[in-house]
Design a protein around this ligand. Structure first.
Ligand code: AMP
Length: 236
């Protein structure tokens, strides 16, 4: 993928801080798309799920606060998430904007984000909804496998199997399954996380900054659709 001037959000928005919110059910592929957009637009990719998983495997006290929620597939309390994102947005690499992956996931978080953004002079926000048929999600998540060396190397046991079972094609490292991708936890994640996600979608639709793309197309097509949607959002 190349970074073209036309896709440079800062150039296109006259120096505004560009906040791109990725919305999608667990398993919709929003993490993959967030990573691709981050590379294309040269913006940092901030995944709250990733920040929590990192805290769980380090001695960061945040890990103890979020463990029971993440492990059971429940949403971490809004106050904890908002504080983590607030700190992350204050870092310098976020000065031109960010791709937010997995935040906000509740209306309270969306309101808190708007409040956080008020302190910045000039902000352009776009919410991108990666829409996938809910029946596909369970199979997508339970079959997902991740490279232990680079979590951007993703596989699926049936839809995108590695050449050698359990081994990453790219670097030969072992593949693993995320603990919360087990069938029981996936069901709980979908039950608990979809209703508030639909409220967030309504929130951004009401604010006229929501753009939806079909997420069950090949990844490259989804990225192209997302970039087109972003172009439309700037023109609006
Ligand atoms: P993800 O990698 O986005 O699927 O997130 C993994 C887990 O982290 C979720 O199942 C939640 O337990 C937690 N999490 C991530 N982002 C949020 C958020 N914005 N609000 C509440 N919980 C979150």
């Amino acid at each position: 993928m190349t970074t073209s001037a036309a896709a440079d959000p800062v150039a296109q928005t006259g120096g505004e801080r560009r906040i791109i919110v990725m919305i999608g059910a667990p398993g919709a592929g929003k993490g993959t798309q967030a990573e691709r957009l981050a590379a294309e637009l040269d913006l940092p990719h901030i995944s709250t799920g990733e920040l929590f998983r990192e805290a769980l495997t380090s001695d960061d006290p945040l890990g103890d606060k979020v463990r029971s929620y993440v492990e059971s597939g429940a949403l971490v309390p809004d106050a904890v998430v908002v504080e983590v994102v607030g700190h992350r947005l204050a870092e310098h690499d976020a000065d031109h904007g960010v791709i937010l992956d997995g935040f906000p996931r509740t209306c309270a978080q969306a309101l808190a984000l708007d409040e956080m953004l008020e302190r910045f002079e000039s902000v352009a926000i776009a919410a991108l909804y990666v829409e996938v048929n809910p029946e596909l999600l369970l199979a997508r998540l339970t079959g997902r496998r991740i490279c232990s060396k680079d979590d951007q190397h993703l596989y699926h046991v049936t839809a995108m199997p590695p050449k050698r079972e359990g081994i990453c094609d790219i670097d030969g490292a072992e593949l693993y399954q995320r603990a919360d991708d087990s069938a029981d936890t996936v069901k709980s994640r979908l039950d608990k996380q979809l209703p508030p996600m639909y409220e967030v979608i309504d929130y951004y639709a009401d604010n006229k900054v929501l753009f939806s793309v079909r997420g069950d197309n090949p990844a490259e097509e989804v990225t192209a659709d997302l970039l087109r949607a972003l172009g439309a959002s700037r023109a609006a």
